[in-house]
Design a protein around this ligand. Structure first.
Ligand SMILES: *Cc1c(COP(=O)(O)O)cnc(C)c1O
Length: 232
């Protein structure tokens, strides 16, 4: 398999995003494409950067850290989107720009403490488990307000929004229903005075539905870089 990603697949996804914005009455350019590069080689990321992408998502702390060391390009942003153990927080605090999968105060406190003063605050989203499956990570809906409030007291974190990873839905209607719940939760928090501007929702298989329901950042891997060999 070739390591080179032609700009073709990137441009296809970008124009599909712009079409969705128009079709669902979203503001032009209100949806950002986060390119999920987990398991993919550094050359693919470099190529995607040359095609114009700037934000890259990784699931493994060590992998994000190593890639960030190797690839230092102007304007490039690293987003951590996977589960994070407390013994790996330093890797993220020192090398990521964003963390989408925050769901515990202990992790938040460590990230804020370990974030170097020389870097801007880590931009964070709270991961919400909308389907109450105990096996999955993410906060229960009732817990979100409390963690959001606690994060506002942490100097080196900047709360930006909410994130979800819904289970596979049978229909676009089903997909939209889950995303609509995250949007509504975000609006409820905002009406309680929490300032949020990001909804991190939608992946290769469901980003159209996510854009329809207000996503501001879609996390797309397969549609840009092809299937992953390693399972995650
Ligand atoms: C892998 C991953 C993605 C990208 O999934 P694709 O289906 O390949 O687009 C998005 N978000 C998270 C949290 C992931 O782990």
């Amino acid at each position: 398999m070739s390591n080179v990603t032609p700009c073709d697949s990137i441009n296809t996804v970008l124009s599909s995003i712009r079409d969705c914005e128009q079709h669902f009455d979203r503001r032009p350019n209100s949806v950002t494409l986060l390119a999920v590069s987990k398991t993919k080689p550094i050359e693919m990321i470099e190529n995607a950067y040359q095609c114009g992408l700037r934000a890259f998502g990784e699931n493994y702390a060590q992998e994000l850290y190593d890639k960030a060391q190797q690839l230092q390009l102007a304007g490039l942003e690293w987003h951590f989107i996977g589960p994070l153990q407390s013994n790996k927080t330093r890797l993220i605090a020192e090398s990521a720009h964003w963390m989408h999968s925050l769901d515990r105060l202990k992790i938040a406190e460590r990230l804020s403490q370990q974030r170097p003063d020389t870097l801007p605050p880590l931009q964070v989203c709270l991961q919400v488990n909308l389907e109450q499956e105990s096996s999955k990570s993410g906060l229960a809906v009732e817990q979100v307000g409390e963690l959001a409030a606690a994060i506002q007291a942490l100097p080196q974190l900047h709360l930006r929004g909410l994130m979800c990873i819904p289970s596979q839905q049978d229909s676009e209607q089903g997909q939209r229903a889950v995303f609509a719940r995250l949007h509504k939760l975000s609006q409820q928090l905002q009406s309680n005075g929490v300032s949020l501007d990001t909804l991190s929702m939608g992946m290769s298989g469901d980003y159209q539905a996510a854009i329809a329901e207000g996503s501001t950042m879609i996390r797309v891997g397969t549609a840009l870089f092809g299937a992953r060999a390693r399972k995650d």
